[in-house]
Design a protein around this ligand. Structure first.
Ligand SMILES: Nc1ncnc2c1ncn2[C@@H]1O[C@H](COP(=O)(O)OS(=O)(=O)O)[C@@H](OP(=O)(O)O)[C@H]1O
Length: 321
């Protein structure tokens, strides 16, 4: 008998994070490409490597829709990047050695505030959600930044460079279990979390995307990713249009009538034709929810040396200092 699961394959593309950097937009817009196929569950998030890696490749494969030789199965689970399991990258490499990895980073200060709002709204009973209900963002920063500074100082000993400090990499990942709400801050210490990925994936299979750039130039970033994945460019810059109210890019396939200008759309027509991300995306970056500039400045000062080290590590200057 013909069995669909026989046509299921392991993914060829995995988005590993970073949480709140735009990973939802990344997978949603990439899935507009006819060769990219994503799991139907949880916005394409399987959590396989954090929840059940021991169940093996057969289980992992079962999450994906059937794909032919040309098609690329893709998932993204933002927590992979800095999960408590330091061996996650090595397990992934063993199971899907040829997968291309997408890492979307963004300004860690803005990421932290976005995560703070997200946990309070989406997971009010989680440790982070409870802390966000009990503290304003400013109070949270005043309590937890000094705590993190102390832990980092104690762990760092005599190390001169940040990234290769294995003890601190382990310590930060361990905080997920001991002080879970601290991840609102520690996830943004990219320089530590990237180390294990660097060990297992070389540049040809690992693309770092800037989430801030993605917000500003969504279509250009999506074009760049298609190049990296080696698939024909079928989703273009021109397929993305800014929503007249939110200012975020949404998808709308460019058609002949747009090209020849035979029909000029009203804002209302535009609103109904756009395929935007769900409503809980875009709460902080366009100022619907805002934090005090002082709290953001404190956090940004805290991240500064770690951002600099990350710039050096990746050989790219982002705009977060
Ligand atoms: N096109 C478009 N529309 C709406 N929102 C956009 C878009 N592109 C990027 N973003 C930013 O994505 C942020 C959410 O990040 P993630 O999708 O990674 O969140 S999650 O980890 O999956 O929960 C989300 O963060 P918030 O602004 O805090 O909601 C957005 O700023």
């Amino acid at each position: 008998m013909f069995c669909l699961s026989q046509l299921k394959h392991l993914p060829k593309v995995i988005g590993i994070g970073v949480k709140k950097c735009g990973t939802g937009g990344l997978i949603t817009f990439l899935a507009k490409h006819p060769l990219i196929r994503i799991p139907k569950i949880h916005s394409g998030e399987t959590f396989f490597f954090t929840e059940k890696p021991k169940t093996g490749p057969y289980t992992y494969r079962s999450y994906f829709p059937p794909t032919n030789k040309m098609e690329l199965g893709m998932e993204k689970t933002p927590i992979y990047f800095d999960s408590s399991n330091i061996n996650l990258a090595s397990t992934m490499k063993k199971m899907v050695p040829k997968a291309k990895i997408l890492l979307m980073v963004c300004d860690p200060t803005m990421r932290s505030f976005s995560d703070y709002i997200h946990e309070g709204d989406q997971h009010p009973d989680s440790p982070a959600g409870i802390v966000t209900k009990q503290n304003t963002f400013e109070e949270f920063i005043d309590k937890y930044v000094p705590k993190m500074q102390l832990l980092l100082q104690q762990s760092h000993d005599n190390h001169t460079s940040y990234g290769d400090d294995y003890k601190t990499q382990i310590m930060l990942r361990g905080l997920r279990k001991t002080i879970p709400e601290a991840t609102l801050i520690t996830t943004g210490l990219y320089i530590y979390h990237i180390q294990t990925w660097k060990t297992f994936y070389d540049k040809s299979n690992f693309l770092i995307v800037d989430g801030e750039e993605f917000i500003k130039n969504t279509g250009a970033v999506i074009e760049q990713i298609q190049e990296f994945l080696g698939i024909p460019k079928l989703v273009w810059k021109e397929d993305f249009v800014k929503h007249p109210d939110t200012g975020f890019y949404c998808y709308r396939k460019l058609t002949e009538k747009h090209l020849n200008g035979s029909h000029v759309e009203t804002d209302d027509e535009l609103r109904t034709s756009l395929k935007c991300l769900q409503k809980n995306k875009g709460r902080t970056r366009n100022g619907v929810k805002h934090a005090s500039p002082e709290a953001l400045e404190k956090l940004s000062q805290f991240y500064k040396p770690y951002n600099k080290a990350f710039y050096q590590e990746t050989g790219k200057t982002y705009n977060w200092l």
